[in-house]
Design a protein around this ligand. Structure first.
Ligand SMILES: CC(C)[C@H](C(=O)O)[C@@H](O)C(=O)O
Ligand code: SF4
Length: 412
């Protein structure tokens, strides 16, 4: 009897791996971006390493500060580019291609049954494809650059079963925020979350990515949706190679939880905790200075589409920033008319990337300003010193953009 995580670590370590055990495992693909590559390269060099283990299995997308906002960022980015060139890194993605967690799956690296490690906490997003995706720090990444292997503690798994049909204008993000509120910011520390049940099965890849993306906000090492037909369909023509999906054996879980989302309303996480989650109705009327639709949580086509549906033919009152998660998303939004509807409504459009998500550039807010964001974190100072970040779905964000205050998307 074994869980998905145990099966993945068994294959990657070459022996039967059980939860609680520490194993050395071989990584299938590694990822580091413009931000964390800087530190990982420094550690790699300090370790005395000269060549990377496999230039085809290290993926480097530029996304956190693109285009560079000052000469320090430009210098560091030049250093990473030239290191990648010297090492012969094959999968280097220049700024504008998109957010690492969006580009990585789009390019077919996120495959069922694989072990994927990123130097970024939201690498748990790859669990949406039935993979074990996890984030590590720069020194661990340097070790992977060098040897392609790392020590891992095989996590116990909490099965989270979700039933019920999501209502009109109630999205995967609302389901995700509800779970973060219920499980808590440290409720899944060092566990793997496995999402099951009819509601999860009915989610699109985009919705599954939103769900898995916030796994780390509950402390989880990984958040996994078992691969199925929806996964296969997405991977057709994208997958980088053959893959072997794995499933958990019944009864292999450490704990099980159940939720019914039939009556769920749109949810909002209030500053400064991701698990301080309330129904949108409780916050209706809270004034909003800026609305931000984007990030690795909610910057995909589906997210922009729902926002455009709400904003079409209307005018935003709060300043509104839309940043597509990738060039692929931007192009689709362009050809489908989604982008035009957003621009006509008064939205600013940014270069695909992280944008102001972590307060670095392109939409940082002022002290005491309120931003309603579709991102995954609302810690103090996250989008600018003294600013307040509320987290919600793209539908709630669009509805609130029109009125300039937090608004239930079912009421516009
Ligand atoms: C910059 C990076 C290390 C960080 C992370 O790991 O999550 C960022 O992406 C974030 O969302 O805060
Ligand atoms: S969009 Fe935000 S949460 Fe996602 S990787 Fe970028 S900074 Fe981190």
């Amino acid at each position: 009897m074994a869980t998905i995580s145990e099966k993945i670590f068994s294959r990657a370590s070459g022996h039967r791996a059980e939860a609680g055990e520490i194993v050395e495992a071989e990584v299938d693909y590694a990822m580091s971006h413009d931000g964390t590559s800087v530190l990982a390269i420094k550690a790699f060099t300090e370790m005395g390493s000269e060549r990377v283990w496999d230039p085809e299995r290290i993926v480097v997308p530029f996304d956190h500060i693109v285009p560079a906002n000052n000469s320090t960022a430009a210098d560091l980015q030049r250093m990473v580019r030239s290191w990648a060139r010297d090492q012969g890194i094959v999968h280097f993605f220049e700024g504008g291609r998109g957010i690492c967690h969006q580009v990585f799956p789009e390019e077919g690296f996120a495959l069922p049954g694989t072990l994927l490690v990123g130097a970024d906490s939201h690498s748990c997003t790859y669990g949406a494809f039935g993979a074990f995706g996890t984030g590590v720090g720069a020194t661990d990444m340097a070790e992977i650059y060098s040897r392609g292997r790392l020590w891992f503690k095989v996590p116990e798994t909490i099965a989270v079963r979700i039933s019920g049909r999501l209502g009109e204008m109630v999205l995967a993000k609302d389901l995700t925020l509800m779970l973060v509120g219920a499980i808590g910011a440290d409720g899944a520390t060092y566990r793997a979350l496995e999402y099951l049940g009819e509601t999860v099965e009915s989610l699109s890849i985009s919705g599954r990515m939103t769900l898995c993306n916030m796994g780390v906000e509950m402390g989880a090492k990984a958040a996994i949706v078992p691969a199925d037909g929806t996964t296969e369909e997405y991977l057709r023509g994208r997958a980088r190679g053959p893959y072997q999906p794995v499933r958990s054996d019944p009864g292999s879980y450490d704990a099980e939880m159940e939720f019914d989302v039939s009556d769920l309303s749109p949810q909002v996480a209030v500053p400064f905790r991701v698990d301080q989650v309330r129904p949108v109705g409780d916050l209706a009327g809270t004034e909003v200075d800026q609305v931000f639709i984007g990030t690795c949580t909610n910057g995909r086509l589906e997210d922009l589409e729902i926002a455009a549906r709400i904003l079409k033919g209307r005018e935003v009152k709060a300043r509104t920033l839309v940043i597509p998660a990738s060039r692929e998303v931007l192009l689709q939004a362009l050809s489908s008319g989604v982008l035009e509807a957003l621009v006509r409504a008064g939205a600013m459009i940014g270069t695909p990337g992280c944008g102001p998500c972590l307060g670095a550039h392109m939409g940082v807010i002022a002290e005491e300003e309120v931003c309603l964001s579709t991102a995954n974190r609302n810690f103090p100072g996250r989008m600018g010193k003294g600013g307040l970040v509320y987290l919600a779905s793209p539908a709630t964000a669009a509805a609130s953009a029109i009125s300039g205050e937090i608004t239930d998307p079912r009421e516009v």
